[in-house]
Design a protein around this ligand. Structure first.
Ligand code: NAP
Length: 257
């Protein structure tokens, strides 16, 4: 039997990079998707190869229909399987404008990348997973959606981002219900404040908030914190759970008095 395969979107940097490296360590053949930073993606592939794993870099904008199709096809051509899809690629709200100044252009860009992209990539992937499971090529499939605490926590300067992440929750439940009969489980993973290029511009603000007790676990989250949670799900450690949301946020979601 061929090696199990995982496609990780936005795996050239940050959280996706850590997920790709972890899944390769777990024995998956990994598709390292990126949109602009080819060198960074190739570095991830090299790191994986140096550690004895297998990976390819796969360029593609998750916001574009043709790119989504090509990404899935490339994985099938190279590995013959598609056991795991991690919808990780995402952007923050450009310019972080107050919601009274939010533009339709920003909305389209953020929703296109962070919600429409994962939705239709999952659709394309699910069709192939169903076929691969039915043909006995692979035993099951897993789709993991990286959302955010912004799915429920209001940031008035990132309304489009918050709305896209909130939509991911319903998207997760829809696919979970639709695909359960096909032995494909679907999960939402909600990171909190994680150190990456995305949060670098607001590092000082979060340093202060964390110091003041923003999260019960009083530290920045690291990409590896998210990667370890993805790893557990990808290994089918939660076989009787689907549509589930897993918080990786240092306890941020706990309401306190
Ligand atoms: P990051 O450091 O900014 O990295 C973003 C990654 O996504 C890069 O690999 C980038 O590729 C890729 N990407 C961006 N647009 C893309 C597109 N249209 N098509 C394909 N790939 C694209 O971000 P991060 O902090 O690791 O965030 C990863 C995910 O976690 C996002 O969905 C984000 O919303 C979510 N998240 C982050 C945090 C946090 O605190 N950092 C918290 C909660 C949730 P290139 O290198 O080619 O540009």
């Amino acid at each position: 039997m061929k090696k199990a395969a995982a496609l990780v979107t936005g795996a050239s940097r940050g959280i996706g990079r850590a997920i790709a490296i972890q899944l390769a360590q777990d024995g998956f053949f990994v598709g390292v998707n990126y949109v602009r930073h080819c060198e960074a993606a190739l570095e991830v592939v090299e790191l994986i190869a140096a550690a004895g794993g297998q990976a390819i870099a796969a360029q593609g904008d998750v916001g574009l229909d043709e790119d989504r199709r090509q990404l899935i096809q490339r994985m099938l051509d190279v590995s013959g399987r598609l056991d795991v899809l991690v919808n990780n690629a995402g952007i923050t709200s450009p310019g972080r404008r107050d919601l009274l100044d939010l533009t339709p252009e920003s909305w389209d860009q953020v929703l296109g990348t962070n919600l429409k992209g994962p939705f239709f990539l999952s659709q394309c992937c699910a069709r192939e997973m169903i076929r691969l499971v039915e043909d006995g090529v692979q035993p099951w499939g897993v789709i993991i959606n990286i959302s955010s605490i912004s799915a429920y926590a209001v940031s008035r300067n990132r309304a489009d981002y918050c709305i896209a992440k909130a939509g991911m929750q319903m998207m997760t439940r829809l696919y979970a219900e639709r695909l359960a009969d096909h032995n494909i489980n679907v999960y939402e993973l909600r990171p909190g404040v994680i150190a990456s290029d995305m949060t670098e511009p607001v590092r000082e603000k979060y340093d202060r908030l964390i110091e003041e007790g923003l999260t019960p676990i009083r530290r920045w989250g690291q990409p590896d914190d998210v990667a370890l949670a993805v790893s557990a799900i990808a290994k089918r450690s939660l076989p009787f759970s689907t549509g589930e949301c897993i918080n990786v946020d240092g306890g941020f979601h706990i309401r306190r008095l």
